[in-house]
Design a protein around this ligand. Structure first.
Ligand code: BTN
Length: 272
């Protein structure tokens, strides 16, 4: 049996953070993102967090499911209410990917890669994924649509020793990569601290409504996928090419084998 989750220790460690006294633990839920979206609609505050031992209907990007067995992984959702235009929402995804990477490194010493926009990989296998879901206000005449809230769902494979057959070649866990198990509580605390740091940096760095280059520079330095990676992209009918950096808003550019400089909007980037 996995260790019971120690919410008291997590709450104490994050007493001076934006998450203070806003962390909720559940043994089992369908999806922490679904829970957070419902709570957001009911007025839950910025910085609320839901973490579950098990999800019975964990959701991934592109309508995938997220393998969420009891006690082996970290499954959480964070509710944020940043005052930013919808067009800048991508920075939340990039910043969360950086935070997850930082937390994994500070907890385990492992050095994950980030596949744009925010798949966490070790040795080209996925150990973490991020699903950002947003609600926006309607645009007012000249003013752009603003974020009302964002739910950031993060799943990290922590202590899994094996995976279902269909995931075996694609997925890994921190335990499989390091040879030992890890406390989910410690990783959660590191993750939320790193996320708050990223949010503070972004707030300080942001210029008007455009994404700050320093986030893009940090992301580019942390990911081998941003430049010079031969890839296949599963959008716009599918194409192949070589990654060519991020544009000003953080979208991935790919110099296509068809001679076109593509902008990847939604992910689905794979190695050739
Ligand atoms: C992906 O890589 O496809 C994103 C996976 C996101 C999974 C997390 S687990 C916690 C939260 N609740 C969900 O239902 N999904 C996210």
């Amino acid at each position: 049996m996995p260790d019971p989750f120690d919410l008291t220790a997590v709450t104490a460690a994050l007493a001076n953070s934006i998450f203070s006294n806003k962390i909720h633990h559940l043994s089992r839920t369908a999806s922490t993102n679904t829970l957070a979206l419902e709570a957001a609609q009911s007025g839950a505050p910025h910085g609320s967090v839901w973490v579950a031992d098990e999800q019975t209907a964990g959701r991934g990007r592109s309508n995938h499911t997220w393998h969420s067995i009891t006690g082996e992984g970290l499954y959480l959702s964070v509710l944020l209410r940043p005052q930013i235009p919808l067009v800048d929402a991508l920075w939340l995804s990039l910043a969360t990917g950086l935070a997850a990477r930082t937390a994994i490194t500070s907890t385990t010493g492992l050095k994950p890669d980030i596949r744009w926009p925010n798949d966490i990989l070790i040795d080209n296998k996925k150990c973490g994924g991020i699903l950002v879901e947003t609600s926006t206000t309607a645009p007012q005449s000249e003013a752009p649509a603003m974020l009302r809230y964002a739910v950031i769902g993060i799943g990290i494979n922590v202590n899994h020793q094996s995976f279902p057959t269909e995931l075996y070649a694609l997925a890994t866990s921190l335990r499989r990569e390091s040879g030992r198990s890890w406390k989910r509580e410690q990783l959660l605390v590191e993750l939320l601290r790193a996320l708050e740091d990223e949010l503070d940096l972004l707030e300080a760095e942001r210029r008007g409504s455009s994404i700050n280059p320093r986030l893009l520079d940090r992301f580019t330095a942390a990911s081998t996928w941003v430049r010079g990676k031969p890839v296949r992209v599963d959008e716009a009918g599918g194409y192949t090419g070589v990654t060519d950096g991020l544009d000003a808003r953080g979208f991935l550019r790919v110099a296509g084998d068809d001679g076109v400089l593509h902008t990847v909007l939604s992910g689905g980037v794979r190695t050739l």
